[in-house]
Design a protein around this ligand. Structure first.
Ligand code: ZN
Ligand code: ZN
Length: 347
């Protein structure tokens, strides 16, 4: 019995007549998290995890939205629905569906390592697990956040000592707040691009502790631009927003893709910090194993590699064609990154 099937509109539960993260307009949508490839405008009715309400409304505006606390359940047309932390970004959830004793879990995007800005990933037992595979190659292994924050702080402190701003590119929802939550604000002032600032506000309102930040237009004392940490989405690179930092700044990019050889050079930045909001290879293995699922369906990322690997482990594995992988670090930034990734595996 399939509790989730693939339809042109998105992943669909026929028994409950609703969709999971649909990419076309539908009547009822359950949303795993507020990244744009999973949460789109135009559905008649939305359901998300309670901690994700603020960020979802920040991104989608005035929508018809119900929320469920993590672990609570609701029943719709006989399908019991509950939402469980996915550890990806604030409010991200795995969707657990139960119908006549059969249990399926759709993960959305997830990571298993702890994150200061969201609830920790919760393993959920199921018959079928629908998983992402964004970093589903054995080369992807993340270090601890403590090590990454120490690297970022050292880079910022060294630049500040030389009278240079430290411009750090990271996606405006999720990555920006995770960086903020762990850096050392005693090094200097922190400036954020306005694209990040609205989401910072939603995080703070949800109770996530972030240091004080200001947008560039709020900065009256221009000497701030000589020693600040400035956090901006990748699109700000080379844009007018950069002008206030003059020519004497250092820049860096924070993404799982920075693990690729040449990733930093292709991004044309001084530094690359390997920080991802997705599970690395061991994390994917651990998460999939903990579900106890006999069937695994892979939605996006390195799909054929993951499907073949799971089949070799004796599991029933297949893929769903989806339109996920478009926002945040959801997909390699270019064909060159993809190519470099597969080359790195071979070597
Ligand atoms: Zn995501
Ligand atoms: Zn995604």
């Amino acid at each position: 019995m399939d509790l989730v099937v693939s339809r042109p509109e998105g992943l669909y539960c026929p028994q409950g007549d609703f969709y999971i993260d649909p990419w076309r307009k539908v009547d009822r949508a359950i949303i795993t998290h507020a990244h744009a490839d999973h949460a789109r405008v135009g559905h008649n009715h939305y359901l998300c995890a309670a901690p994700g309400e603020g960020v979802l409304r920040t991104r989608l505006g005035n929508i018809s939205l119900d929320t469920l606390p993590y672990g609570a359940s609701t029943t719709h047309k006989g399908v019991k629905i509950s939402l469980h932390p996915a550890g990806h970004v604030l409010g991200s959830c795995q969707i657990r569906l139960e119908y006549q004793g059969e249990v399926w879990v759709a993960s959305g995007d997830y990571k298993v390592a702890p994150d200061l800005t969201c609830d920790a990933f919760e393993p959920v037992r199921c018959n079928t697990f629908i998983t992402e595979s964004t970093f589903g190659l054995p080369i992807y292994r993340w270090r601890s956040d403590a090590e990454i924050y120490a690297e970022i702080n050292a880079w910022w402190a060294a630049n500040a000592a030389e009278g240079k701003a430290s411009v750090l590119y990271g996606y405006s929802f999720g990555k920006a707040q995770r960086i903020l939550a762990g850096v050392d604000p005693s090094i200097g002032p922190i400036v954020c691009h306005s694209a990040c600032e609205g989401l910072n506000k939603a995080y703070r309102e949800a109770g996530v502790k972030l240091p004080d930040t200001a947008t560039v237009s709020e900065v009256l004392d221009k000497s701030v631009f000589k020693n600040c940490l400035a956090i901006a989405p990748p699109a700000a690179q080379g844009a007018a927003w950069m002008k206030r930092f003059g020519n004497a700044y250092s820049d860096a990019f924070a993404s799982g893709w920075m693990q690729l050889r040449g990733g930093r050079r292709r991004r044309n930045v001084d530094r690359g910090f390997v920080m991802s909001d997705h599970a690395d290879w061991p994390g994917l293995m651990r998460a999939i194993g903990a579900t106890g699922a006999e069937q695994v369906i892979v939605t996006h990322g390195y799909v054929p590699v993951m499907v073949r690997w799971l089949q070799e482990q004796g599991l029933s594995a297949r893929a769903f064609e989806t339109e996920y992988g478009g926002e945040g670090e959801g997909e390699a930034d270019s064909k060159a990154d993809e190519k470099a990734a597969s080359t790195d595996v071979v070597e």
